[in-house]
Design a binder for this molecule. Structure first.
Ligand SMILES: [Zn+2]
Ligand SMILES: [Zn+2]
Length: 187
């Protein structure tokens, strides 16, 4: 099967930032159709085939060539590798089923009927919500079982960001001591 890029495909590749020279190298390497990008697989491999190609052009070209998000190979500044799922997808905590698009926090899982994600209370501002961080004040949620410990640490003047870290690194003995103080503060 003789295949080569159509004029349109060549135009698209040039528009993505390839130079005429890089396009020629690509074709010389045996890449002659959009389907061949699936064989290349990652933007990193594309960079190896075409010397001088920048990461961003490679990602753009691969995104077009594969027709979807590019898997791994290059870490984007600040973003990490592409992920296939939209970032707001919610998965059930209990059975890992992806929740429908019209999911609202607090809804029950469509597959198992349990609450799909836990609603946690914020130790800092005492509002509650789903996820890892408080929507109201940005504090990281602590496990519900340690909420009282976190509230105590807050009362004692520990900064908002330090409390979840402190609880994570604290030994069981230290927590016991802290629980003693919680009980005392309850009177
Ligand atoms: Zn479920
Ligand atoms: Zn909060």
């Amino acid at each position: 099967m003789s295949s080569e890029f159509t004029t349109l495909e060549q135009r698209i590749l040039l528009a993505k930032g390839l130079t005429e020279e890089q396009l020629a190298i690509l074709i010389g390497a045996g890449v002659a159709s959009r389907a061949d990008f699936a064989t290349i697989g990652t933007a990193a491999t594309l960079c190896q085939l075409v010397p001088g190609l920048t990461d961003s052009v490679a990602i753009d070209v691969m995104g077009w060539g594969i027709g979807g998000p590019v898997a791994g190979g290059i870490d984007l500044p600040g973003g990490g590798p592409f992920v296939l799922d939209s970032p707001d997808a919610v998965y059930c905590l209990h059975c890992k089923t992806k929740q429908p698009k019209d999911y609202h926090s607090g809804d029950l899982c469509v597959a198992c009927g349990k609450q799909a994600e836990p609603i946690l209370s914020c130790f800092w501002c005492s509002s509650s919500g789903p996820g890892t961080f408080c929507r109201q004040c940005g504090a990281e949620f602590v496990p519900t079982a340690e909420l009282d410990l976190a509230i105590l640490l807050k009362r004692e003047g520990m900064p908002k960001d330090a409390v979840p870290d402190k609880l994570r690194t604290m030994s069981g003995d230290d927590k016991d001591v802290l629980w003693g103080r919680v009980r005392k503060s309850r009177g």
